[in-house]
Design a protein around this ligand. Structure first.
Ligand code: PLP
Length: 375
């Protein structure tokens, strides 16, 4: 028997939130669809796993778990500062870069303040703003790219933050640096522009912008915060470690809204070891580039249309209903993402996998588009 309904009032802004739809977990597919050995190419993770050095460091750290972690992440922050040429005070660590998004909104957005994002882009920006009672202004992508002119037009005296995922998730497009610099010089100095670089490692060097000068030389220009993560190229999605690069004054505010031990001990140790394993990192970049090229070539041969990408995933126009294709592929044990909820009814998004996973994906895509009559 159900108990009496709760008498509490759920605030309207919370009631209005649709929970974030994560990629379907492998265990869930096994349980619900009864498929054996499913593969997941749906969350832009590193399909080859964490660095062997990170695994070793994590194993060794198990004996220290009775202690609280270092709340300042001293060694990890120091290593990042050395690598990126910034000061430790310009880095804030987060439980995934997701948490830095949360800190920024908590610290700078009050009820009724405005935040500008693109659609489609990473969904968490808007949800966190909703929690805070802020107002989302959502500007549609133009030709699969951020519409910087459209975003500029939305800026008002109440705008506090602008989130740009660069490269964009889900389209994989990056903003040409010349356009980005021009955009930043046109935005008022009172607005923080957040460049979410979760996939920066995979981006062409010519498209990467200089975080060092953008977080510092703010004379006559808006401040810029960079978001980075260990979840993608570094293969540590499960540990939850990300960070932000920003002016010290902004970092000070973020430290005020975070929990004292937001990065757990395993995360600190694993991320540090992964950061130091340059060889494995380079191998990941190489495998990713090769895998993307292979997949795109094969996908196009099947009669679908692949989109160019600056990331470890890409969009595919399947020339038919993406939701149906997604379901059909689930029965074959292959998890991808349908992009219909993002406004692309005929597109799926796929993350590059290991050679074996890529071939399994291609085989199942080929079978499903034939069965569904798309090609
Ligand atoms: C653009 C973008 N930003 C941020 C994130 C979140 O990353 P993290 O695992 O560091 O929280 C993702 C994850 O998919 C993403 O695609």
């Amino acid at each position: 028997m159900l108990g009496a309904p709760l008498k509490i009032k759920i605030p309207a802004n919370i009631a209005a939130i649709t929970p974030y739809p994560p990629g379907k977990p492998l265990e869930e597919l096994e349980r619900e669809y009864g498929v054996k050995n499913p593969i997941k190419l749906a969350s832009n993770e590193n399909s080859w796993g964490p660095s062997p050095k990170a695994i070793r460091a994590l194993r060794n750290e198990l004996l220290n778990l009775h202690r609280y972690p270092d709340g300042s992440c001293y060694y990890l922050v120091q290593a990042l500062a050395d690598k990126l040429g910034v000061e430790p005070a310009e880095i804030v660590m987060g439980n995934g870069s997701n948490e830095i998004i949360e800190f920024l909104v908590k610290a700078f957005v009050l009820e009724g303040d405005e935040v500008i994002t693109s659609h489609p882009s990473f969904l968490m920006y808007q949800k966190i703003v909703q929690v805070r009672g802020g107002i989302n202004h959502v500007v549609p992508l133009s030709n699969m790219r951020h519409d910087l002119e459209g975003i500029k037009k939305m800026v008002s005296g109440k705008t506090r933050l602008i989130f740009l995922d660069n490269p964009n998730n889900p389209t994989g497009t990056a903003i040409p640096p010349v356009e980005l610099y021009q955009f930043l010089s046109d935005i008022p100095e009172t607005v923080i522009v957040v460049l979410d670089e979760a996939y920066v490692d995979f981006m062409d060097e010519a498209l990467q912008v200089d975080a060092f000068s953008l977080i510092r030389n703010v004379q006559g220009r808006c401040p810029v915060v960079f978001l980075r993560t260990f979840s993608k190229a570094y293969g540590l999605s499960g540990l939850r470690v990300g960070f932000g690069l920003m002016a010290k004054e902004i970092a000070e505010s973020l430290h005020k809204v975070r929990q004292p031990f937001n990065i757990n001990q395993m995360a600190q140790v694993g991320a540090l070891a992964a950061l130091e394993d340059e060889e494995y990192y380079m191998l990941t970049l190489e495998r990713t580039a090769k895998g993307i090229e292979y997949l795109r070539r094969k996908v196009d041969k099947l009669g679908c249309k692949s989109s160019p990408t600056q990331t470890n995933f890409f969009l595919i126009d399947v020339q038919g209903n993406a939701d149906e294709l997604y379901q059909a592929m689930l029965y074959k044990g292959v998890i991808v993402r349908s992009m219909s909820a993002y406004g692309f009814a005929n597109f799926i998004r796929v993350t590059v996998g290991t050679e074996e996973e890529n071939n399994r994906f291609l085989e199942s895509l080929s079978e499903c588009i034939k069965e569904l009559g798309y090609v």
